[in-house]
Design a protein around this ligand. Structure first.
Ligand code: URA
Length: 211
């Protein structure tokens, strides 16, 4: 059963593109292009509940009160570095979004996330804030990134990823039950190194062509 705070986007286009991305024979260029395309579709889902108001406009025919998004521009926060790949596509759809970055690395001894960079937009308390990272694996860095967003005042937070592992979803639910997770797939689990299986490998390496 899908936990209540988890949305799996089962749209055929999303699932088809995800299969191509998982395939290890897919080139770096195609992987990046697919990520851009899939991020547009996921952005559609994650912004579904943005509140609307109306604005009076004149069409060439008559005046009308027409729907527009209410309140402050939303904030996108990329969890470096793989988050950037997801964010680029979303910014095409929402070019006026404010953008932040959180950099975390995993301490090899403690395996705990250590922050090395954090730059966030102002007014997070008044914006829907979407944190993006393609892979929700152990959940350690995602939870730490959400901690930082909340310390900066964010109250209305979504977490957008391509793949999620059950451990990561549970960890997020325990630490941040108010955060809705939107993903294209809930995979089977993690391997001994914390990689998602069946997964797609290292998302950063695959999108940037590094090793
Ligand atoms: N990060 C990745 O890039 N891939 C995984 O499978 C897990 C974490």
């Amino acid at each position: 059963m899908t936990p209540q705070h988890l949305t799996i986007v089962k749209h055929p286009l999303v699932q088809h593109k995800l299969t191509l991305m998982r395939d290890k024979s897919t080139s770096t260029g195609s992987f990046r292009q697919l990520l851009r395309e899939i991020s547009l579709l996921l952005a559609y889902e994650v912004t579904r509940e943005l509140p609307l108001t109306t604005r009076r406009i004149d069409t060439p025919m008559q005046q009308m009160d027409s729907p527009v998004i209410e309140g402050k521009k939303l904030a996108l926060v990329s969890i470096l570095r793989a988050g950037n790949g997801l964010m680029d596509g979303i910014l095409e759809l929402i070019p006026s979004a404010r953008v932040g970055f959180v950099g975390l690395y995993r301490d090899p001894k403690t395996l705990q996330p250590v922050q090395y960079y954090c730059k966030l937009p102002s007014g997070l308390d008044e914006r829907m804030t979407i944190a993006v990272d393609p892979m929700l694996a152990t959940g350690n860095s995602s939870v730490a990134a959400i901690d930082l967003l909340k310390e900066a005042g964010a109250v209305n937070i979504r977490f957008l990823c391509l793949l999620a592992a059950p451990d990561g979803v549970q960890r997020m639910q325990d630490a941040h039950p108010d955060v809705q997770i939107v993903t294209a797939s809930l995979d089977e689990g993690l391997d001994e190194k914390g990689y998602i299986v069946p997964g797609l490998g290292d998302a950063g390496d695959r999108m940037f062509g590094t090793k």
